[in-house]
Design a binder for this molecule. Structure first.
Ligand SMILES: [Zn+2]
Length: 894
């Protein structure tokens, strides 16, 4: 919506300004038309109907609009309806604009800035007098934010948005009008524009072929695919930052819902509350409100003819992966999940195929969590759209009916969290300024600021309980509105173990169990339990953005040294190589005029003019500068030619690797497993990377469960594995001096008997001397769903340069290595191994002692080549900077 309704006086003024008679005549006619035309806001029909605009009814079989069409429609409604306002919120990783469509009464939209201010005050001002608060509550509106279809193959929520918006633009229903008066509905019509465009184009491409409805080959966005909902703590992706900014820093909606789809053969629609386990740091009030909204949805949707609605089922809520971080920031955070069709193609579900399994429902039967089961039959996109529409009406009604209470609750939460911060432990998290990797300290502070957290630093040195706190130490007081979030991401995680019956089966976690930012970044941090007056008096806010660059050594000659202890130093080195600068690497700790330069540090020389500013632009820590070369024995760093193997099977871990490489200016090319099988294909590189991917996918292009193979939901050109011939190329590559880095499930490629074909009749047989004992340990009771575990690192090895003697790895312990004696031209070193005890750093690990002394990372030499196997993803979801160097060093392995 651009202009609400211009007053007639304004129109006359504009007419008078026009000079020619012709124009005046034209305008007089127009003026008369305006006078006799009904006021725009009273028009029965505002804007084109979705059917008129798209040429089909959204949700109808085998039809979908794409992202550009969606936004074009929103724009038309915005121009036509005073109840709509389309605002740009930011940009996606591939450059598409992300929008919020505000839907409310025209009067509310005119006062949007005022309401935004009220939201901010209720969310953040804990000192407000009761009378002032009551006045704001009386004046304000509930903001309900809905983010649609972040997972792009879950098309239904977005495909239902035009009909919802059109209905709200045109409704004369008194109850709906009342909702629009009480509520400002903020819809992000699509959370992941890049992925939506890809998925819709893929659907159109294969429509009317045997592969209609197939999955998108690859990931549905630039990097991370489905993992985009696991990025809301670390905020690595551009779209994640935009969405988080909407609720954490700009609009402060009181209620938020993210809308997804799930599998096809279970319940039809999930609504909150979530199932146990739930996050212990979140206030009970948030959980109680999730019952109110969820139960109202279940009731209203069922009454409107939607069967199969379930609540309190499957989806738990102890991890802050998704926009659920809103719950840690005092918003009533909700999730809905609709059963999927085959993208836009209908599916038929036989009754015997209907199954549930998981928390809250063990049988597909009438139960308290699903009082009206769906009977099976056809399931279409139009059904999903119908359910989404009913779910939305219910959400609006609940928000509207409880407007005053919800707004009061938001400010109550704000006050209450601050009070907890003042009275409960901990009172502060302290992150000392002196850290092994100070660039990660800078990254941590800037991330917390981006999350809407207030971060302070100490102005002076202070003694507290025999402990010296230093000037510049980072102090994060817990007495602030987002206390629950701060506590959650700063402490080590303890999984809230809950059982179905006393002493009975554990309620298993849905996802990983560790996200502690200091531990994942390898930073030291500690808690101070109670408020300390001396500290309170000596705090100042950190500068924004935060950096530790006091002065950049802006010399055109001489030598800059980037310490191997910092992740940022590797970026500086990779960037310098790409700029054509001389980069050399120190091989042992050296002492230059009292300064220790650790092994693996980079010496950069020859930077001038523009190249200096390129480096300066991203550095947050100043390098050391020397007039003379501090180490003439340092060896030249050249960028290896890197090939990253990425299957078409939605290989998110490969996507995260691409993301990390792009962040660190590491050039690479992507290879599909099937390419290796091509007879004419030759490897022309120095390093090959196999990320976490099923061996069967890599070898055969199939997934396997036990001995059973399953076809992929992809056209045949995307389901080729490397096959035996392709794998021969890999083995010969190692033998000839190449380096392989392999982690997670791809390590299985290198277990067992290897055989390099020398001639038609001869082959060289060998084994990399290691086994994966994970299965054995699992049978003995090891259960590690994704936790941060401690490893000891082999000192003075190229692979551990820049690391401390111990590190935390994020692992599911599916690759746990036992090495053995090598033979012939093979050697090995255990680079990382589990300690004897105290293995779990953060999260959940049952029978951790079973891992004692096992290897987590091993280097092998075979002939002139190298193989490094990692029993963990060193770049796990872009959230484990504490182990990035184990990967970077692998790239530079000589
Ligand atoms: Zn989803």
């Amino acid at each position: 919506m651009r202009i609400i309704i211009k007053s007639h006086a304004q129109i006359i003024t504009r007419i008078i300004k026009l000079s020619s008679m012709k124009s005046i005549l034209f305008c007089l006619v127009f003026f008369l038309m305006v006078l006799i035309a009904p006021n725009k806001s009273l028009l029965a029909q505002t804007g084109p109907s979705p059917e008129d605009f798209f040429g089909f009814v959204p949700g109808s079989d085998r039809n979908m609009f794409d992202y550009d069409q969606l936004i074009a429609y929103c724009r038309q409604l915005d121009q036509a309806s005073p109840r709509m306002l389309l605002k740009e919120a930011g940009e996606s990783p591939m450059g598409k604009k992300i929008y919020i469509l505000f839907i409310s009464s025209p009067q509310n939209l005119e006062k949007l800035d005022r309401y935004k201010e009220i939201n901010r005050k209720l969310a953040l001002d804990w000192k407000m007098e009761d009378t002032a608060r009551d006045a704001l509550i009386a004046e304000g509106k509930v903001f309900l934010l809905a983010t649609l279809s972040m997972h792009s193959n879950e098309v239904g929520p977005t495909q239902s948005a035009p009909q919802i918006a059109y209905t709200l633009a045109n409704t004369q229903d008194p109850e709906m009008l009342k909702c629009l008066d009480n509520v400002v509905f903020m819809v992000v019509p699509n959370h992941n524009p890049d992925g939506m465009q890809m998925v819709v184009e893929n659907y159109r491409k294969y429509k009317s072929t045997p592969y209609e409805g197939c999955s998108l080959p690859g990931v549905y966005n630039k990097y991370v695919g489905h993992d985009n909902n696991r990025d809301f703590v670390t905020l690595t992706q551009q779209d994640t930052k935009v969405i988080s900014g909407i609720y954490s820093k700009e609009w402060f909606p009181q209620v938020m819902v993210e809308k997804h789809q799930m599998g096809s053969s279970g319940v039809r629609y999930f609504v909150p509350p979530m199932h146990d386990p739930i996050a212990q740091n979140i206030d009970e009030g948030i959980w109680n409100w999730s019952w109110v909204f969820g139960s109202a949805m279940a009731k209203d949707m069922t009454a409107a003819g939607c069967s199969g609605v379930a609540q309190h089922y499957l989806f738990d809520d102890y991890w802050p992966g998704s926009t659920a971080t809103a719950e840690w920031k005092n918003m009533i955070g909700l999730l809905t999940e609709a059963a999927s069709a085959n993208t836009a193609t209908p599916i038929y579900i036989e009754k015997n195929e209907l199954k549930v399994g998981g928390k809250g429902l063990a049988e597909y039967k009438k139960s308290i969590n699903m009082p009206l089961p769906w009977d099976g039959g056809w399931w279409r996109l139009s059904d999903i759209v119908r359910y989404e529409i009913q779910s939305t009406w219910s959400l609006l009604r609940t928000a509207s009916a409880n407007r005053e209470e919800i707004m009061r609750f938001r400010n109550h939460m704000c006050r209450n969290e601050v009070l907890k911060g003042k009275t409960l432990a901990p009172a502060y998290f302290v992150v000392p300024a002196l850290q092994h990797d100070r660039s990660e300290l800078v990254a941590l502070v800037n991330l917390l600021l981006e999350q809407g957290v207030s971060v302070s630093q100490l102005k002076v040195d202070i003694m507290w309980n025999d402990k010296m706190l230093h000037t510049g130490d980072i102090i994060i007081p817990l007495a602030q509105p987002f206390r629950a979030f701060i506590k959650e991401v700063m402490e080590a995680q303890t999984f809230p173990a809950r059982h179905y019956t006393p002493g009975g089966e554990l309620i298993e976690p849905y996802d990983i169990t560790s996200w502690s930012l200091p531990l994942h970044k390898g930073l030291l941090a500690y808690e101070i339990p109670a408020v300390v007056e001396d500290i309170e008096n000596q705090l100042e806010p950190v500068p924004v953005p935060y950096a530790l660059m006091k002065e950049f050594p802006n010399h055109e000659n001489g030598y800059w040294v980037f310490s191997s202890s910092g992740n940022e130093s590797y970026k500086a080195a990779f960037k310098s190589v790409s700029l054509g600068l001389a980069v050399n690497r120190i091989h042992a700790n050296i002492n230059v005029k009292g300064k220790i330069l650790p092994a693996g540090s980079f010496i950069v020389s020859g930077a001038k003019g523009q190249k200096v500013s390129v480096l300066k632009d991203f550095l947050t820590i100043a390098p050391e500068w020397f007039r003379e070369n501090p180490d003439s024995t340092a060896t030249a760093v050249q960028m290896p030619r890197i090939v990253l193997v990425e299957s078409w099977f939605h290989n998110m871990d490969a996507g995260w690797t691409r993301y990390l490489f792009d962040q660190y200016d590491i050039p690479y090319s992507v290879l599909r497993p099937g390419d290796l099988a091509k007879k004419t294909f030759e490897l022309n590189c120095d390093i090959i990377i196999f990320t976490d991917e099923d061996k069967n996918v890599l070898m055969e292009g199939k997934t396997k469960v036990g001995e059973e193979s399953f076809p992929a939901n992809l056209p045949p050109e995307f389901t080729k594995g490397m096959g035996k011939d392709g794998f021969q190329k890999i083995l010969k590559f190692i033998k000839n001096g190449g380096t392989i880095l392999s982690w997670g499930n791809s390590c299985a490629l290198f277990q067992g008997l290897m055989s390099i074909k020398l001639t038609e009749t001869e082959s060289e047989d060998f084994r990399f001397p290691f086994t994966n004992d994970s299965e054995k340990l699992r049978k003995s009771g090891l259960n590690c769903p994704g936790s941060l575990l401690k490893v000891k690192l082999f000192p003075d090895h190229q692979l551990t340069w820049g690391m401390k003697p111990e590190a935390g790895i994020l692992t599911t312990a599916e690759q746990v290595f036992q090495t053995s004696q090598p033979s012939f031209d093979i050697d090995r070193r255990v680079i990382a191994s589990y300690p004897e005890d105290h293995i779990l750093l953060s999260g959940y690990c049952q029978k951790e002692e079973l891992l004692s002394n096992y290897a987590a990372m091993v280097w092998f030499r075979k002939g002139k080549g190298n193989l490094v196997v990692y029993g963990f993803s060193p770049q796990f979801r872009g959230s484990t900077p504490g182990t990035y160097k184990l990967l970077f060093n692998g790239l530079l392995l000589k």
